[in-house]
Write a protein that binds this ligand. Structure first.
Ligand code: DON
Length: 567
């Protein structure tokens, strides 16, 4: 009897210890970097440091953007670039908002079926690897557009840190060394000479980027024209054409980044300012969040069965619309107001059921009457003046087309794959497109990049964005919900496990850790298919949150080498 009592007491002790641990874990809050007035969060410590140094020097968020983007081109060649493009959304301290589209464009010689063979089938890797995959780069013109409108410090002060970093060299992290190794076989396929990245680079080695430093010096001394008309243009076009590509000097000369009106919508008492077409990010997130808005998702619980069902069904419908309606607004008419109206979205959600998953094979894009159709990196910056920016920039795939202009020191994008090369056939992110995103000369390919700024009570609340192809949109959306609905801090919101659904293929992709077998079983019982085996991470969110006490909390994604720095 005594023995039994002792065993029972021991059991009670073990159980109560366990539950205290669980409770403690629940309470243990992960807090990101906290600062009083200004911050940069980016994919590399070197880039965040350079951005912050500009802010400390008295530069504003736009000055810091230019310096950070150029530093990423040096320190993070995986996605940071001068051979790619991107989008930026801003909010100035007096509440004015805007967006910049520095997305790549199809070359003049591009044509609708350029990636198809004589049988009408997609030619393997033609839109992803090598010179034919390259879109006309937009980053350099984009940075000059920002500078003309908002720059305050001398341009040379903004570019010099990147030049110095390129000469000094960048220490390779473990993650970078792994990636370089992984993509080396493709470098030799895409180029006709051995490139810098084909050496046996290991973690902690230093890579010096001498040719890139020289290209940046030409930009410093001769402005955007050095890239689009001068020596860099010549090196770039000659090399692309030597490899059989179609980009000409005229393509470069004609390139222009464009100021756009961002997509703005409300979600409960938040105002969300996000990227407009040619990115799908703002419209898709408006559709998803507006579909969720009538429900008390906070009550359902974070990553609970009901939350995942609701978000998945909202995502399914938004991505079906994306594939049909969205493309370059300079080429196709997009019924934006209808697509993001509560009335239309409620109609789209009318057949949503808690009992059973909708199947994507039975769901098409919504009908809009009267409508005539015809590896990325994100950074967020807030300055001490109260301006904020959210910018996402990319070469598309890892190291883009893998074409490396050795004499100019940089990679070129493979953004052409973001077009719908063949109606109904998925691209590298499994996204399906239609006529609206068909290839045409000088057209911009549809993007999922979602640089976003959120306002609460007419004040800056959050700057957020992510890489991750089609999963960018849903990573951004979940991060906003994690903070606003589920009460997590910025770093916690970024760290939490993510999931994603994009209409087709019809499954929920989930990060491998953080979802219990029981939850997955319950989803499967409702008819959802789950995909976890091929997933390592979803998105890599960098974000800044303004706390009620006015301080800024950084959320730098642990999934990469991302770093928040501020003062
Ligand atoms: O614009 C887009 O949607 C894609 N080119 C983004 C690519 C990307 O995020 C790759 N990074 N993981």
């Amino acid at each position: 009897m005594k023995k039994i009592v002792i065993i029972l007491c021991a059991l009670v002790l073990v159980v109560s210890c366990k539950s205290t641990n669980i409770q403690n874990n629940k309470k243990a809050k992960t807090i990101g970097v906290l600062v009083d007035s200004a911050m940069v969060v980016s994919a590399r410590e070197e880039a965040s440091k350079i951005g912050v140094a500009i802010l400390k020097k008295g530069g504003n968020a736009f000055d810091a953007m230019i310096a950070t983007e150029l530093a990423l081109a040096v320190a993070y060649p995986f996605a940071g670039n001068i051979g790619g493009g991107g989008f930026m959304v801003y909010r100035t301290n007096d509440g004015k908002t805007g967006a910049l589209d520095y997305r790549e464009k199809a070359p003049l010689a591009a044509s609708k079926n350029m990636y198809l063979n004589e049988n009408g089938d997609i030619i393997f890797q033609k839109s992803t690897l090598g010179a034919m995959a390259i879109g006309v780069p937009g980053t350099v013109d984009g940075l000059f557009k920002v500078y003309e409108k908002f720059g305050t410090l001398p341009f040379s002060d903004l570019i010099q840190p990147a030049i110095d970093l390129a000469y000094k060299g960048v220490i390779i992290t473990e993650k970078q060394a792994d990636r370089i190794k992984k993509y080396q076989p493709y470098f030799s396929k895409a180029n006709d000479t051995t490139i810098l990245y084909e050496a046996n680079w290991k973690a902690n080695d230093t890579i010096k980027y001498i040719q890139l430093a020289k290209s940046l010096e030409r930009i410093r001394d001769n402005g955007r024209d050095s890239f689009y008309k001068g020596k860099t243009a010549e090196l770039l076009v000659n090399y692309i054409q030597k490899l059989g590509g179609i980009i000409t000097k005229e393509d470069l000369e004609k390139y222009e980044a464009k100021w756009r009106k961002p997509i703005e919508f409300t979600y409960k008492d938040l105002k969300i300012i996000s990227m407009s077409p040619p990115s799908s990010g703002g419209i898709c997130n408006a559709q998803i969040l507006k579909a969720i808005e009538p429900f008390n998702i906070a009550e359902f619980g974070h990553n609970s069965l009901k939350s995942i069902q609701l978000i998945t069904e909202a995502e399914r419908r938004a991505y079906a619309d994306r594939s049909f309606y969205l493309g370059d607004p300079d080429f196709v008419k997009i019924p934006i107001d209808t697509l993001i109206s509560s009335k239309y979205i409620q109609q789209r959600m009318a057949n949503f059921s808690w009992k059973k998953a909708t199947t994507s094979s039975t769901l098409k894009h919504g009908k809009i009457i009267g409508y005539e159709s015809d590896e990325t990196t994100h950074y967020s910056i807030v300055d001490s003046f109260g301006n904020s920016i959210s910018a996402t920039t990319t070469l598309n795939g890892a190291y883009g087309s893998k074409v490396f202009v050795s004499e100019a020191g940089f990679f070129l994008n493979n953004e052409m794959d973001d077009f719908s090369a063949k109606s109904g056939t998925p691209n590298m992110f499994g996204l399906i497109g239609a006529e609206a995103n068909a290839i045409a000369p000088e057209k911009r390919m549809l993007s999922s990049m979602t640089p976003t700024i959120v306002e609460k009570n007419n004040q800056f609340y959050m700057s957020v964005g992510s890489p991750g192809g089609s999963t960018i949109i849903t990573s951004v959306m979940q991060t906003i919900l994690n903070v606003y609905e589920f009460g997590f801090g910025m770093q916690e919101a970024v760290n939490l496990p993510r999931f994603h659904h994009q209409w087709l293929p019809d499954f929920i992709t989930m990060e491998p850790k953080g979802f219990t077998p029981k939850l997955i079983k319950n989803l499967e019982k409702k008819g959802y298919k789950i995909q976890q085996e091929n997933t390592t991470i979803i998105g890599k969110v960098d974000a800044i949150l303004r706390l009620p006490n006015g301080k800024l909390e950084g959320g730098a994604d642990y999934r990469g080498d991302d770093t928040a720095i501020g003062f």
